[in-house]
Each structure stands twice: as structure tokens, then as C-alpha cells.
Design a protein around this ligand. Structure first.
Ligand code: NAD
Length: 430
């Protein structure tokens, strides 16, 4: 199987303009940086394209992936492993860049990176002549992660790149990466009970996001989270934990969608029971009689809309229909540049992804730094660290946004860019 048509050829094409790229250029110009320096901060430092053959069920199945090492001026390249059918090099570059910005705005001593692996299960089932089977899918994911860690072993072993879970990967995949390296500090998001695991890591992104929503609602907007009407897209690792914490804080989650369908309850969905339902059924679909589509979710009369699934779901086609009072970007890059321009015109506040979903990487820093000491801290202490980091970065972002009359996403990028540039100047004399 050739590379052509599998992953875009980065050497021949120009990256499409993304929201983060656009805002970083704007901020860089405001900082008075030269064009080449701005490009140096926007662009990744290394890209690895990987052919990933896996020996499986008596056959060899080949898929493709890429590892984007965006910026390590402030610390090792850090970022999750995404396994999805629509992964491409540009998306992986954007996600790696967001990691550099996220670790900088929250002041964590990591840089940014990302792995994207394109896996189309429909093609896989055809190739193996097999019916849908979740255990089969899981084993394939684990094998792919094993092959990935074999191929990038050198980057893992010297802690150049430290992976973590993202869409399509979780603690079990991280355990398989650890199986190859035998060093617990080479990967974060490891499952409970194995060397270097961190209490609270699994729930950390959802928890941090719920906390960012709470402070923003109550302290910045002066509104109440109790009984606030919330809609969430996605009920995976991030969306489910986030829904549970918001439910426990007294919010009313009235609509939830996932890849297979959606549910609606005007009186609020019973999230603990939904958790149990999804464990058995793998989807929220049919948990409630009343169903809802993604587009209906986005145009509900809500206090808080939280895209917690995938990228670019709020764009020029639907941004004008959103009725929520605030949007919280639990997913990475759920709002496109064009979508954000419409929301800015409508003065709709957006808590940016690089703060809203930073709980995971904040916990990862703890997991990384404690992986070899084997001294555990409690889940409560991990959550305390997440609260402090998120609160500090959110407050600073709100102050800059107010002073300079710029959007929250732009203000957050400004804080991050200044810190990345400062580290690059000191390390590389740019
Ligand atoms: P996941 O794979 O556990 O869950 C994804 C959820 O989104 C599932 O419920 C899936 O059905 C749903 N979904 C996917 N595509 C959809 C679509 N087109 N329409 C509606 N629903 C859809 O993934 P996750 O780990 O929860 O990650 C979700 C988002 O959060 C991603 O953008 C990821 O980059 C971001 N994120 C994750 C972490 C983490 O710690 N896992 C940290 C930071 C950011």
C-alpha cells in the first residue's frame, strides 16, 4: 500500500489556515516579531510519517499515522494519540500546536506534540471479512499502539515525546505503550494499578472542564451554575466525566449527543444512570424516549453549550443559530476560525479549548513527574492542582480580554505565545 492518498504529503502542500494559526500570526505581529520568527512558533519542529503494519488474525493490515512534534522550547513534546477514520496531517499539526499553547497558558513544563492514526473500521471489517466486534476493535487498537511505540521508541525512551490518551485511545492503549518502553515516565494516562498511574487522571479533563465552567459562570458572568441548562456533544472520556461533575454541581444537563444518536430531557438527564447505560450499550442513544440530533443540540435554548467530541463542529453553517449564553470548548478546536468570527460578532463568550480541556495535561504533568518516585498523591490533591492552574490561566485571560477588548481565545493565545517566544529566545537565540 503506498503513501499516496493515505496521509497528505506535507512537503508539497501548504497548511490550510486554522484558527490557532490565524490568531498566533495576529498576536505575533502585535508583539512586533519578525515574520520568520512568527512562522517558527506556528510551525512544527518535526513531523514523522509512519507506515503501521499490524500482524493480526493471520493477516497483515497496514494503516498510516503521523507524529507531529510541534514545539519543545518549554519542555518535552507532550500530546495524545488520536485513532480515528478521518485523521489527517493538518488536523494532527493543529492539535500538536494547541498542545504547545495549552501547556504554555497553564504554565506546565511541557511543549506540544500529537499522534494521529487513521483507522477506518469499515475498511478493516471488509479486509478481515468480519462482523462488528468491540473486542476485535480494541485488540486492533492495542496492536497499533504497540507498533507505534516500537517505531518511535527512541523518542519515547529519552522522553523527547510523551504520549497520552486522546479520541480513540485510553488507559489500556497507554499500558501497551509502557509494555514496549518499560519506563513508566514515558507515557501518561496509564491505567489504575500499574507503575506510575495517577489517581484522578482518567477523570481529570472532564473535571477541569466542569471547574472552568463553574468559575466562568459564577465569578465572571455572575450567573448560577445550579439549574443551568447544559447541552453536551460527546459522551466519551471527556464528555461523560464532565457531565457527571456538572450534574453533581447542580447543573441540569438536558441534551447529550454522540456518534450514534442523541437524547433530550427538559427536566435534566440522570447522569449516573446514563453512565451505567453507556457502559453496556456504548452509546447514549435510546436512553431517553426523546431523541435529538447534533444540529438540534446546537440550537437549543441553553445556558452552556459544550462541544466535547471532535473538531470543527461549530462553523459558518451553524454558529449563527447557537442560542447558548456561553460555549465551553471541551473538545480540541471544535469551533472553526469562521465560526469563531460569527460568535465574536454576536459577543458570545467562548472558554477556549487550551484552558477548558487542560485538566488532562495538568494531571499528566503530575503523573510524569511522579512516575519514577512511586509516591502517590490523592485524587483530591490532583484536582486541587487542576483547579489552581485553570483558575489562574482563566482569570489572566479574562483580564487581558477586558483590557485589550479581544476575545478570550485570542487573549489565551497571547499569554501562551509570549511564554513560548521567551523560552525559544533563551534556548535557541532566535
Ligand atoms: P472519546 O473517544 O473517549 O469520546 C468521543 C465521544 O465523541 C464519543 O462519545 C463519540 O461517540 C463522540 N463523537 C465523535 N465524533 C462525533 C461526532 N461527529 N458527532 C457527535 N459525537 C461524536 O474521546 P475523548 O477522549 O472524550 O475526547 C473528546 C475530545 O476532547 C477530543 O476533541 C479530544 O481531543 C479532547 N481532549 C481529550 C482529552 C483526554 O484526556 N481524553 C484531553 C484534552 C482534550
Amino acid at each position: 500500500m503506498s503513501l499516496k492518498g493515505k496521509m497528505e504529503n506535507v512537503l508539497l502542500q501548504e497548511e490550510p489556515l486554522t484558527r490557532s494559526g490565524f490568531l498566533m500570526k495576529k498576536v505575533g505581529e502585535k508583539m512586533g516579531l519578525e515574520k520568520e520568527i512568527i512562522e517558527d512558533i506556528i510551525n512544527p519542529q518535526h513531523i514523522l510519517i509512519l507506515r503501521l503494519p499490524v500482524k493480526f488474525w493471520g493477516k497483515v493490515y497496514v494503516t498510516w499515522g503521523c507524529v507531529v512534534l510541534h514545539n519543545n522550547a518549554r519542555g518535552p513534546y507532550k500530546g495524545g494519540v488520536r485513532i480515528a477514520p478521518d485523521v489527517n496531517i493538518w488536523e494532527t499539526m493543529e492539535l500538536a500546536r494547541l498542545m504547545s499553547l495549552k501547556t504554555a497558558v497553564t504554565e506546565i513544563e511541557f511543549g506540544g506534540g500529537k499522534t494521529g492514526i487513521r483507522l477506518n473500521m469499515e475498511e478493516v471489517y471488509k479486509f478481515f471479512k468480519k462482523e462488528k466486534d468491540r473486542n476485535f476493535e480494541k485488540t486492533l487498537h492495542l496492536d497499533i499502539c504497540e507498533e507505534l511505540s516500537y517505531q518511535i521508541n527512541r523518542y519515547l525512551m529519552d522522553h523527547t515525546y510523551i504520549p497520552a490518551p486522546d479520541m480513540g485511545s485510553g488507559p489500556e492503549e497507554m499500558a501497551f505503550i509502557y509494555n514496549q518502553t518499560h519506563d513508566p515516565a514515558t507515557v501518561t494516562g496509564k491505567p489504575e494499578g500499574i507503575a506510575g498511574w495517577l489517581p484522578g487522571r482518567k477523570e481529570s479533563t472532564g473535571y477541569g472542564c466542569s471547574y472552568a465552567t463553574k468559575i466562568f459562570m459564577e465569578e465572571i458572568l455572575g450567573a448560577k451554575l445550579k439549574n443551568a441548562r447544559v447541552g453536551i456533544q460527546g459522551f466519551g472520556n471527556v464528555g461523560s466525566n464532565l457531565a457527571l461533575y456538572l450534574y453533581q454541581m447542580g447543573a441540569k444537563v438536558i441534551g447529550i449527543t454522540d456518534l450514534y444518536g442523541g437524547i433530550y430531557d427538559e427536566n435534566g438527564i440522570d447522569i449516573p444512570s446514563l453512565f451505567e447505560y453507556v457502559k453496556k450499550n456504548y452509546t447514549v442513544k435510546e436512553f431517553k424516549k426523546e431523541s435529538i440530533t447534533n444540529e438540534q443540540l446546537f440550537s437549543l435554548d441553553l445556558d452552556v453549550l459544550i462541544p466535547a467530541a471532535t473538531g470543527h463542529v461549530i462553523n459558518e453553517t451553524n454558529a449563527s443559530k447557537i442560542k447558548a449564553k456561553i460555549i465551553v470548548e471541551a473538545a480540541n478546536s471544535p469551533i472553526t476560525k469562521e465560526g469563531m468570527e460569527i460568535l465574536n460578532e454576536r459577543k458570545m463568550p467562548v472558554i477556549p479549548d487550551i484552558i477548558a480541556n487542560s485538566g488532562g495535561v495538568i494531571a499528566s504533568m503530575e503523573e510524569y513527574s511522579r512516575s519514577l518516585s512511586a509516591i502517590k498523591i490523592s485524587k483530591e490533591d490532583v484536582f486541587g492542582i487542576i483547579r489552581k492552574k485553570i483558575e489562574d490561566s482563566l482569570r489572566m485571560t479574562c483580564e487581558i480580554s477586558k483590557e485589550e477588548r479581544i476575545s478570550y481565545p485570542e487573549a489565551a493565545i497571547q499569554i501562551a505565545m509570549v511564554r513560548i517566544y521567551d523560552a525559544m529566545k533563551k534556548r535557541y537565540h532566535i
